[in-house]
Design a protein around this ligand. Structure first.
Ligand code: ATP
Ligand code: MG
Length: 307
């Protein structure tokens, strides 16, 4: 099946005065996928998203959404009608209930969707009559996602949807995003959380200082840039390994690390120790964190800062 491209970006550049925030980036997003733009603070994620949402005008480059070139300002309204947006640091009316907030935005967009349906879709039933101000961070984000769904968009932009949430609220938001994907929505996500990108995305684009560093599915990125896979053995008789010519490194607490590339090598290591009753075996595979570190020489901390 040929993928339907819903976003096509070529050579996109955006400067603020003399500062280049987005620098000649190109990528495509396919229909029905969760696509993540992953990068630290100031990488250019929001700038990119806001250009695609028709909120900012680029200096250079081509931006096509649903085949519509955004240079054609008259057609931008057609794009806006088909997209849903949850901005970074989203906020609603503090002193309105969840239901009142949704009804306000529904009226604003002349939306026909029923408020109950909207509330059900994002799992806000129990909080429907709670004042927005009193909600937890995760529930507030749910209201934001509900508002972004008001015009029943095909394409949804979620700019850092779980920033600052605790792990449980983050997981609940991930589940909601998965549910929206199952309903056929295309989801464009920005995040600085490695785990979020790895867990949710079909494809990830890593952006740093306005430039694309790498892209691919989480598995491809880990496979290509994650580095070594290894078997960690504890309480292992080293002679067995030496007899088989298996090279190992000795670590702390009587641990041995053996690097392997493929299943054949892995099976050879495991078969060597299979008769040793005392051995403890752990197989370590790199994750997106390691891939990101190898690619950029940096890690991103919880606040989104690259170190
Ligand atoms: N309106 C503006 N005027 C001047 N500089 C801006 C403006 N908006 C963004 N910038 C700068 O452009 C760079 C990219 O900002 P952007 O908000 O796109 O990054 P981001 O990846 O979304 O970061 P964050 O994770 O903090 O949300 C940053 O250095 C930012 O300070
Ligand atoms: Mg941002």
């Amino acid at each position: 099946m040929i993928n339907n491209i819903v976003i096509n970006i070529e050579g996109l550049t955006k400067t603020y005065d003399k500062f280049t925030a987005v620098d000649e980036i190109s990528f495509t997003v396919n229909e029905g996928e969760v696509f993540a733009l992953l990068g630290p603070n100031g990488a250019g994620k929001t700038t990119t998203v806001e250009i695609i949402e028709c909120l900012k005008t680029p200096d250079k480059g081509k931006v096509e959404i649903f085949g519509i070139d955004l240079k054609d300002k008259k057609k931008q309204n057609d794009v806006k009608r088909k997209i849903g947006v949850m901005p970074q640091n989203f906020n609603a009316f503090d002193w309105l209930t969840v239901k009142e907030n949704l009804e306000y935005f529904k009226d604003l967009y002349s939306s026909k969707i029923s408020t109950d349906e909207l509330i059900n879709r994002v799992g806000l039933g129990e909080k429907m009559n709670s004042m927005y101000k009193t909600l937890s961070g995760g529930t507030k984000q749910r209201v934001g996602i509900a508002i972004s769904l008001i015009n029943e968009p095909e394409l949804l932009f979620l700019d850092e949807p779980t920033a600052g949430l605790d792990p449980q609220a983050r997981r609940e938001t991930w589940n909601l995003i998965r549910k929206l994907k199952e309903q056929g929505k295309t989801i464009f996500l920005t995040t600085h959380y490695m785990e979020e990108a790895q867990e949710l995305s079909d494809r990830i684009l890593i952006i740093i200082e306005g430039k694309i560093v790498a892209g691919g599915s989480p598995n491809e990125l880990i496979e290509n840039y994650g580095g070594n896979k290894s078997v960690i053995l504890k309480n292992c008789n080293k002679k067995i390994l030496e007899d088989r010519g298996i090279k190992y490194e000795t670590g702390m607490e009587n641990q041995i690390q053996i690097i392997f590339d493929n299943n054949e090598q892995l099976f050879n290591i495991l078969s060597a120790v299979t008769d040793d009753p005392n051995v403890e075996i752990e197989i370590k595979k790199p994750n997106l964190d390691e891939a990101f570190l190898n690619l950029t020489g940096r890690r991103i901390n919880a606040e989104g800062l690259a170190k």
